[in-house]
Design a protein around this ligand. Structure first.
Ligand code: FES
Length: 146
């Protein structure tokens, strides 16, 4: 049912935990099952230099979160925002269709953490309209409204 990569990331999840002085923190819940994920990010010069997660969720949620943190490390904010749950699932050689919803947690937690980062950054500059990633932030708001 699960690929070797899924099993590997489930049994040996990467980047579990919490970054103490995180620049952005996001927590999301999966409406389908009630599972929860918290993602914390360290960002320097627009690059995600560290990412850690904690998941109160199923094995597929653990594996996708683990892979997602691996994928976003070293990426720019814009590149990280472009990573979809499908891309994370593909990087794990796929998930069973009934478990695809689990991969939403990782994508949404990353977006929530980046949104938190941008909110704090804009707060510091006193400008809550202009963001470092313009259109993408509208996408995030759209995602949250949905
Ligand atoms: Fe809830 Fe997988 S069953 S995230």
């Amino acid at each position: 049912m699960y690929s070797e990569k899924v099993m590997d990331h489930f049994m040996n999840p990467r980047n579990v935990g919490e970054i103490e002085d995180a620049d952005g923190v996001g927590q999301v819940g999966n409406p389908k099952c009630g599972d929860i994920m918290k993602m914390s990010l360290k960002i320097e010069n627009n690059i995600i230099v560290d990412a850690k997660f904690k998941t109160f969720g199923c094995g597929a949620a653990v594996a996708t979160s683990s892979m997602a943190t691996e994928l976003i490390k070293g990426k720019t904010i814009e590149e990280a925002l472009a990573i979809t749950n499908k891309a994370v699932a593909d990087a794990l050689d796929g998930l069973p269709p009934v478990k695809m919803h689990c991969s939403n947690l990782a994508e949404e937690a990353i977006k929530a953490a980046l949104e938190d980062y941008m909110r704090k950054k804009n707060g510091e500059t006193g400008d809550n309209k202009t963001t470092s990633c313009g259109r993408r932030c509208e996408d995030i708001e759209h995602l949250h409204k949905d």
